[in-house]
Each structure stands twice: as C-alpha cells, then as structure tokens.
Design a protein around this ligand. Structure first.
Ligand code: XMP
Length: 315
C-alpha cells in the first residue's frame, strides 16, 4: 500500500536538505507537475519559482483555474503570457511535426529566460517512473515528438530534482487527492494543447473555435455521464479540420470548416478504442457547436477510428 502521508513527509525532508538555493519548476497544470510543485513549495517555500506559460493553446478558463489552484497552495507563481509569441512563431506552419518543434523550442526559450531572471540553481521536475522507463526509443516517440514540460534544454547547468521519480500515475493521483489538488481526475491533455487539435494554420480565431468546441464536448459528455446515459470516456475532445464544405445558415449559403469529435477508451494511451456514444448526445453536441461558432463551422463529424491505426489526437 502506498502511504501518501509518509511519502510527502519524506519528500519534504529530502527536498529541504537538497535545495539550498533558488529552484525553478515549469508547471503546466497537469497532475504530475502540479503535485511536484506543491510538495517542493511545501518544502522550500519561496525558494521555488513556479513558471506557468500561457501559450494561448489552453482550454476554456484553464489558465485562470491553474493560477487560482497554484496560488491557493501558496506557490510562488510566475505566469508568462506568451500567446502572441506563439502565434507569431507559428505563422504559416501547418505540418504537425514542425508545429510541435516550434512550440517545444519556444517553450524552452521562454523557460530559459525565466531561469536567468530568477537565477535558479535547481530544476524541479514532475517526472514519473513511466517517463524515464519509456524514454530511450519507445515507439511512441517515433510517431510524434511529444512535448512535455520535461523537454528542457540539456545544456542547462541546473541540478535536476525529481521528487516523483519512482511513482506511477495512480500514486501521483492519490497524492493529488490527499493534497486537495483538484486536477487529479482530469482527462489527459497534450503538452502542445489545442495547437494539435487545430489542424492547418494556427490563428487566434481558429484556436478559439476549437476551445469552444472542446468545452461543449466536455460539458455534454460529463452531464450525460452524470445522468447515467453513458460512461465517461478516457479522453474526449474536438478538433478543427481545415476542410470546408457547403452548408446553409437560414437561407444563406455558408462555406465553413469541420469539427471532428473524438472520444476513446484506453488504459494508458498507447492503444485505444473509439467510444460508442449515444446518437442523441452526439446530436446535441453537433447542434450546440454549429450554433456557438456560427459561420466558422457548418459540419460536425464523429471519429470511429481505433488506435492503431489512428492516434488519439489528430496531429
Ligand atoms: P496519441 O495522439 O499519440 O496520444 O495517440 C496518446 C496520448 O498522449 C497525449 N499526447 C501528449 N501528451 N505531450 C503529452 O504530454 C504531447 O506532446 C502529447 N501528444 C499527445 C494524447 O492526448 C493522448 O492522451
């Protein structure tokens, strides 16, 4: 049995004796980095500088929620509003791997700047056991270059501290519940965020469409699950396709893009089966999306592809 209380008190003792100068952590709002930040902050207080980068690709209200959560935990938080820099760097970039590369590199540059500003000597990371067990050429790395806040520069002369290194996801979730961090039950969300759900060119307008559509999918699925009409899938979201089709709005011809709704069952994301969703729920989602982002989208489709051959995300 994993003893959360014992783990936390031992980690705090160990972090106190290791970190004797400024430390920095990048927090994405995901469960691993948040738990690591909370424990490290309990150990060393304001010696820990927690950097949250708002890339402009976060879900609806997510930045505010993450800021509130970290501040509630008494964490010394630095938010970097970087949406303009991301959109600028990504102008004209449509190829998925290139997008991920640009996003990853800009993240590193922003983080390096913050490290220089605060003069950190230590880098705290929320690495967990599967992260380092799988690294070293897992298949998944060759399919898509995954971006995580862990993908930091190798030449940084920082001492890396990884308090969660020996834990598995379910143990980190237990810690999150114990620490009253309400990210514990949230579905997985990719490091590059809504950028990989906005196929084609990334503009603030197109990302805003995906943000609304994802929020509608989340709300409708969660409400339907609450009513007992379906099981909540392992992951569920919307992506915007740069495919335009003809439609009608009132009596007027429309020529809008396409939203695809994706929902899957999976254990670990390595393989997945598409979820069978009642048509009435899909229909409600379709109507809400086309009413909310009128003009931009006039067609909603549901993805019935397993992984393999598809991946979970569309990019
Ligand atoms: P794919 O699309 O490869 O995704 O089937 C498998 C799982 O990983 C998530 N995903 C990511 N997670 N950084 C992450 O931390 C990433 O760059 C990334 N890309 C995809 C995806 O949402 C799914 O849960």
């Amino acid at each position: 049995m994993f003893d959360t209380e014992e783990f936390i008190s031992e980690s705090i003792e160990s972090l106190k004796s290791t970190i004797d100068d400024i430390a920095i952590i990048a927090c994405s709002g995901g469960v691993d980095s948040t738990v690591a930040a909370v424990i490290a902050s309990q150990a060393v207080g304001d010696l820990l500088h927690c950097v949250y980068v708002d890339t402009g690709f976060m879900r609806k209200d997510e930045t505010e929620q993450i800021e509130a959560l970290l501040e509630e935990q008494g964490i010394n938080l630095v938010t970097v509003k970087a949406a303009d820099r991301y959109f600028e760097a990504l102008k004209g970039v449509t190829e998925p791997e290139q997008k991920r590369k640009v996003i990853g590199e800009l993240f590193i540059r922003i983080f390096e700047d913050e490290q220089k500003k605060c003069g950190a000597k230590y880098l705290v990371q929320g690495t967990i056991a599967p992260d380092w067990i799988e690294s070293g050429g897992g298949v998944r790395d060759t399919i898509k270059s995954h971006h995580n806040v862990g993908g930091l520069p190798e030449d940084m002369t920082l001492t890396v501290v990884e308090p969660l290194r020996d834990l598995y996801k379910d143990e980190v979730r237990e810690l999150a519940r114990h620490l009253d961090i309400n990210v514990a039950e949230r579905q997985p969300f990719p490091g590059p965020g809504l950028a990989v759900r906005t196929l084609g060119e990334l503009t603030p307008e197109r990302v805003a469409v995906v943000r609304e559509a994802c929020a509608i999918v989340e709300e409708e699925f969660e409400a339907a699950a609450e009513r007992g009409e379906m099981e909540i899938p392992w992951q569920y979201f919307a992506a915007l396709l740069p495919v335009r089709s003809v439609g009608v709005h009132g009596d007027v011809r429309a020529y809008g893009e396409t939203i695809v709704v994706r929902a899957v069952q999976s254990i670990d994301g390595m393989s997945a089966r598409y979820s069978e969703i009642p048509h009435s729920i899909l229909q409600k989602i379709s109507t809400r999306i086309t009413n909310t982002v009128k003009g931009a989208v006039n067609r909603v489709v549901y993805d019935i592809t397993h992984k393999p051959p598809g991946t979970i995300e569309w990019e």
